[in-house]
Design a protein around this ligand. Structure first.
Ligand code: NAG
Ligand code: NAG
Ligand code: NAG
Ligand code: NAG
Ligand code: NAG
Ligand code: NAG
Length: 317
């Protein structure tokens, strides 16, 4: 299974209130419950990553109980009751994309639960992929590492070594062509940032800050004493220079951001198997049984915990 919380590109750009070097921002969206859901559109499309998945419409998701909303949460899940025919479509799941696009911005995701289980994967992206870039804020597979944040770009975008971040540099070349789609990833240091550990803690906060000269990813687990109060209880303004060292830091030193990153939509998706999670070596290393596709077809109850629960999404520009 594989799920993503990504920012990629599509259309417009709302702008902007930036100060230099760590910045202050004003809130433009406070998305909770129904307003969170309303900010996204459902994409019942073929999975670009070739997963054993069937992305459904919002109407189908509602009818099948794959989406639920309360006054303070949104839950998005995959089907966990249907045994699939090998010759039929994949497991029903969700792929939603923000209607708005973002350039310079901060997004704070308060996440209670993320998909876990054998065969899962989450992502943000740009339309004209990879030419407008993609930032995978959170991406993981099969309960396993990598729990990483990654940039995917066109050619001539690299990251310097020795960056000021708490995560571990997993590769400096962001060019998808030269890295077989891997891009430049940073493994997060906090072992509670992903999978069952994350869920056991009651989740936490992921945040992205994108400016004209850097992209930073922050993570704080629930209960952390270092989570800034303006992240824990989002208000009308934030000042990211008070947030400490980011988990992952991607500066524009050797990457022209203007030519590598366009306006990005937020994409939240959950797929099974496919290019990464279903890769036989990756799948075998995760200790999951059978082959990925057979497992996904035959074991609906294994996907009971394949869900995202979001408490809120606050956007600042
Ligand atoms: C989510 O969608 C983005 C954009 O298409 C893609 O790059 C990413 O791999 C997808 N992740 C999953 C889990 O489908
Ligand atoms: C893709 O990368 C290969 C090297 O891995 C290079 O030879 C080729 O020119 C690149 N193609 C493009 C379109 O950048
Ligand atoms: C943001 O925080 C930094 C670091 O504490 C501080 O120097 C700066 O004055 C703050 N900016 C604003 C507008 O409050
Ligand atoms: C690569 O990017 C640098 C700036 O980061 C620029 O100076 C250089 O001309 C670019 N090279 C190519 C081949 O586009
Ligand atoms: C590139 O990735 C594909 C699919 O993820 C994989 O099948 C292939 O072996 C990889 N190629 C290289 C050279 O690593
Ligand atoms: C939860 C988890 O898998 N954490 C891992 C994140 O990545 C780092 C670096 O690869 C590992 O050391 C952690 O164990």
């Amino acid at each position: 299974m594989k799920f993503s919380l990504s920012l990629g590109a599509l259309v417009l750009a709302s702008v902007v209130d930036v100060a230099l070097g760590g910045a202050t921002y004003s809130r433009t969206e406070n998305l909770v419950g129904q307003s969170f859901l309303n900010a996204f559109t459902w994409q019942a499309i073929a999975d670009p990553t070739n997963g054993r998945v069937n992305y459904v419409t919002e109407a189908t998701a509602q009818a099948d109980g794959l989406v639920s909303v309360t006054s303070n949460s949104v839950t998005l899940r995959a089907d966990s009751t249907t045994t699939l025919s090998a010759s039929g479509p994949g497991r029903n799941s969700f792929r939603i994309q923000s209607s708005a696009t973002y350039t310079t911005h901060v997004a704070i995701f308060d996440i209670e639960h993320m998909p876990q289980g054998c065969g899962t994967w989450p992502a943000e992206v740009g339309a004209n992929w990879p030419n407008e870039g993609e930032v995978d804020i959170l991406e993981g597979v099969n309960n396993q590492t990598p729990n990483q944040s990654t940039l995917h770009t066109s050619a001539n975008c690299t990251m310097p070594t020795g960056r000021a971040m708490t995560g571990t540099d997993e590769g400096d070349n962001c060019d998808v062509n030269e890295t077989n789609n891997s891009g430049c990833g940073v493994a997060l240091a906090d072992t509670n940032s992903y999978g069952p550990n994350f869920n056991g803690k009651g989740g936490g906060w992921y945040a992205i800050e994108r400016t004209g000269t850097y992209i930073s990813i922050y993570f704080w687990e629930r209960g952390s004493t270092s989570v800034p109060s303006e992240v824990k209880t989002p208000g009308s303004t934030i000042n990211t220079s008070t947030w400490g060292t980011p988990a992952a830091y991607f500066p524009s030193t050797d990457c022209n951001f203007a030519t590598h990153f366009g306006p990005h939509n937020i994409v939240i998706n959950l797929t099974f198997c496919g290019d990464w999670a279903g890769n036989s070596a990756v799948y075998a290393a995760s200790g999951c049984p059978s082959t990925c596709v057979n497992y996904v077809n035959a074991n609906p109850s294994a996907f009971t915990n394949a869900y995202f629960e979001f408490n809120s999404l606050n956007i600042y520009e």
